[in-house]
Design a protein around this ligand. Sequence first.
Ligand SMILES: [Zn+2]
Length: 270
Amino acid sequence: MSVSVENGAHAVTSDESSVVILGTAAALADFGRANTYLAVVRQGRYWLVDCADSPIGRLQHMDIDPLAVRGIIITHFHPDHVFGLPIYLMGLYLLGFFKKRVRREPLAIYAPVEALQLVRAMVGLYQMQTWTDMFALEYHSIEMRPGSVVAEDEDFSIVSTPTHHSVSSIALRFLVKDNGHSLVYSSDTAPCPEVEALAWGVDLLIHEASGAGFGHTSAAEAGAVAARANAARLLLVHYFPEAKPRLLSEAQRTYSGPVQVAEDLTAYAW
Ligand SMILES: [Zn+2]
């Protein structure tokens, strides 16, 4: 299994954090690219942010133990951001049996209140809680206000802000508690001051670049957000394949810092 690691400079070491881009596609995925979702990893344990595709195999391909999940955060209830959740939960359940590591503690799922109700209804259709030794799910709603605290664990504190999208959606900021490093993920949004404020001075801004209008952002607009936020690096995700050749130069028109166009199944240190 090969893990490609990009930071510009060096491989991710165990005392660093990485974000593993599990998919980069906008709402229309294709054979080579999954819809955008990601894992934020430190010490081998990860937060899953959104859940497209069939995550178990992709996590394993990236040398992440799927069972080492800290929690799941769903940014909003659009199909490309949530449709993988039922099969992911089933995969965790089965892996627990196969690896003799049946999960005893509940697994927490966080989402804005509107999305949380729908996620709960969607997962409920599968009646997983009737399965023998299925782990419990804990549902936590995220307040739709700037700086809302999502969760905190031994390594990360996570806050969110509402974004400008066609349904209620959030951007997330991860802070590593012991070194102060920070990452912001915009999820789906038009360019907005809330994401700029959340991303102020961030080490890595992961911004969508699916195109201007309709609650989304172009690469040039993402660059402008990164510039206004004084972000140290910009990584573009959630893009259409036809636009890929232009993304880098468009973002560089508005942002003078380092920009990368994310690739599926790639880890970025931060
Ligand atoms: Zn969306």
